[in-house]
Design a protein around this ligand. Structure first.
Ligand SMILES: Nc1nc2c(ncn2[C@@H]2O[C@H](COP(=O)(O)OP(=O)(O)OP(=O)(O)O)[C@@H](O)[C@H]2O)c(=O)[nH]1
Ligand SMILES: [Mg+2]
Length: 218
């Protein structure tokens, strides 16, 4: 019984995800689902990315949190449009919640829409939102064992950002182990070392955004 119920929920989610995907394709929007543990730096990364891109690309952000609109406020401080979804306990965003946010936002005018998923390395990766790609963050203070412990999330990423790289000299963190464990589950993923605090690695990250957008819209 449990299995069939799960299948029904996923199939409704997948239907709406498909509608979201068509909306993004019709409007030439790159939509990226940003997934990581709580506090690994998603909002800091997005705010710095928006400032770094400046007028080059028009960005909107859908923020998912269990409670508060703090992250949407932080994004709005950059001048970008942000819509907050409070999931009230759910550990991930659904395609339906994203569809509702797209109706509130001036979505069609955007070049890139980032969806900051609820901080969690398990549930978000099981739900298609209609995105064109997945960005997974792993921050240095979380520890170098996370790709091995949560392989499903890392396997689904198009790009993996090792964030808080500015802390690598202060915390035991074997980068070689992280790279090897990612290679084992996802040899295709691009891996970049960044610091959302200092801006290290942002040239490469924003170059990737531009080239991935071009590749997806072909
Ligand atoms: N040293 C350092 N601190 C960082 C970096 N990126 C983010 N932080 C800090 O990490 C903390 C959490 O950052 P957030 O951007 O709120 O993390 P988040 O992933 O959005 O968190 P949730 O939305 O709660 O899941 C803040 O104190 C940031 O200033 C970084 O690259 N280096
Ligand atoms: Mg956040």
């Amino acid at each position: 019984m449990k299995v069939s119920l799960n299948q029904k929920i996923l199939s409704r989610n997948d239907q709406i995800a498909q509608q979201n995907r068509e909306f993004f394709a019709q409007n030439g929007i790159l939509c990226l689902n940003v997934i990581s543990s709580p506090g690994s730096g998603k909002t800091t990364l997005l705010a710095r990315t928006i400032r770094y891109l400046g007028d080059r690309l028009k960005v909107g952000v859908i923020e998912g949190d269990i409670r508060t609109d703090h992250d949407a406020q932080r994004i709005r401080e950059t001048g970008a449009e942000a819509v907050q979804i409070e999931t009230e306990g759910a550990c991930h965003l659904s395609a339906e919640q994203v569809a509702a946010a797209l109706k509130v936002m001036d979505a069609a005018s955007k070049d890139i829409i980032f969806i900051e998923n609820v901080g969690n390395l398990v549930c978000p990766s099981a739900f298609d939102l209609g995105e064109s790609g997945r960005v997974v963050l792993l921050s240095v203070p979380e520890g170098d064992d996370k790709p091995a412990k949560y392989p499903g999330t890392f396997a689904g990423a198009n790009i993996i950002l090792v964030n808080k790289i500015d802390l690598i000299d202060y915390i035991p963190f074997r980068l070689e182990r992280v790279l090897a464990d990612i290679q084992a589950v996802n040899p295709e993923a691009t891996i970049l070392q960044v610091s959302a605090e200092t801006g290290q690695g942002f040239d490469a990250w924003c170059d990737w955004l531009v080239s991935y957008r071009a590749a997806v819209s072909k």
